[in-house]
Design a protein around this ligand. Structure first.
Ligand code: ZN
Length: 301
């Protein structure tokens, strides 16, 4: 009897705690990347049940849906994803969800302004969150989508959206002030893969990724040789690891520079395709951006 009761209590505890905020009267919203989860959370707040598929350190280019993800997607009222083939392995899953409301954040943007790329089936560089102006447009897009779904919360979503856009404007000003302290000739950003092209365009950095735009293709020996020659020629002080990409390629690059009797430091770990851990400052889009810029500027100065 006692044992049965204990088991019952444990069962209740496990299932009771699994989803403390689950409320069946609320809209079920599923998001893919941590950047999109953070954005939708800022707008939807407590008015939606929000579930993000990917966590910190997860590479969206390689991410495959688990069985649990498929059931989350099947129960979703709205699915927000990046699009432009960022989530390359999820495209098939989304195609099976055609009856669902699947919303690509990239659809908020004027395609003619995007950076082209032959690496992706979309023909565009998908790392759009690194342009703060794009993220403001994405904010408006999320406000509109959630308002269409829950019209009675129109004013709340509008207020949340406007507040968030103000924070993004403040972020942009702050980052510009930090970046201005770094002379133009030192603005060369070398990372594991080409996630920072929009960042480079917005803040006047030359951006070189060892691995190309997607992490699905490994860097070859020749890529490492060419890039180490570039680093020596341009006297680049530091190169950067990314939290969602294995660091071995950047370490190989550092070793290659050293083998030519030059020195380059690893300037830190940047958040490229995923935010930091949930609950930390870097676990938010704004915190991630500030952390990245401070890390880059401090290491390259
Ligand atoms: Zn990427």
């Amino acid at each position: 009897m006692k044992r049965t009761f204990l088991l019952f209590t444990i069962t209740l505890t496990v299932f009771g705690c699994k989803n403390p905020k689950k409320d069946n009267s609320k809209l079920n919203v599923v998001t893919t990347t941590t950047m999109i989860t953070d954005l939708v959370k800022n707008i939807g707040g407590d008015h939606i049940n929000l579930q993000g598929l990917m966590g910190s350190g997860v590479d969206p280019h390689l991410y495959k849906a688990s069985e649990g993800d498929v059931s989350k997607l099947a129960n979703a009222d709205i699915i927000f994803y990046n699009g432009l083939h960022l989530e390359g392995k999820l495209v098939e899953v989304f195609e099976k969800m055609k009856n669902k409301k699947t919303i690509a954040i990239a659809d908020a943007l004027d395609k003619s302004t995007l950076i082209g790329s032959e690496y992706f089936a979309s023909n565009f560089d998908p790392h759009i969150w690194f342009n703060i102006e794009y993220w403001k447009q994405a904010t408006q897009f999320v406000v509109k989508t959630l308002t269409d779904a829950i019209p009675e919360q129109k004013e709340t979503f509008k207020t949340n959206g406007n507040n968030y856009i103000k924070q993004l404007d403040a972020l942009k000003n702050k980052l510009e002030t930090v970046i201005e302290t770094l002379p133009r000739e030192k603005r060369i950003l070398v990372t594991a893969h080409d996630a920072f092209n929009y960042f480079g365009k917005a803040f006047n950095f030359e951006v070189v990724g060892l691995q190309g735009l997607s992490t699905a293709t490994e860097a070859g020996v020749q890529d490492v040789q060419n890039l180490s020659a570039f680093i020596i020629e341009h006297q680049v002080k530091a190169i950067f690891v990314e939290s969602s990409v294995p660091k071995r390629t950047i370490e190989a690059l550092q070793a290659s520079v050293k083998s030519k009797d030059h020195d380059v430091t690893i300037g830190g770990t940047l958040y490229s395709d995923a935010l930091g851990d949930a609950g930390t400052i870097e676990g938010t889009y704004i915190g991630m951006f500030e952390y990245n810029v401070n890390t880059i500027v401090n290491a390259l100065k």
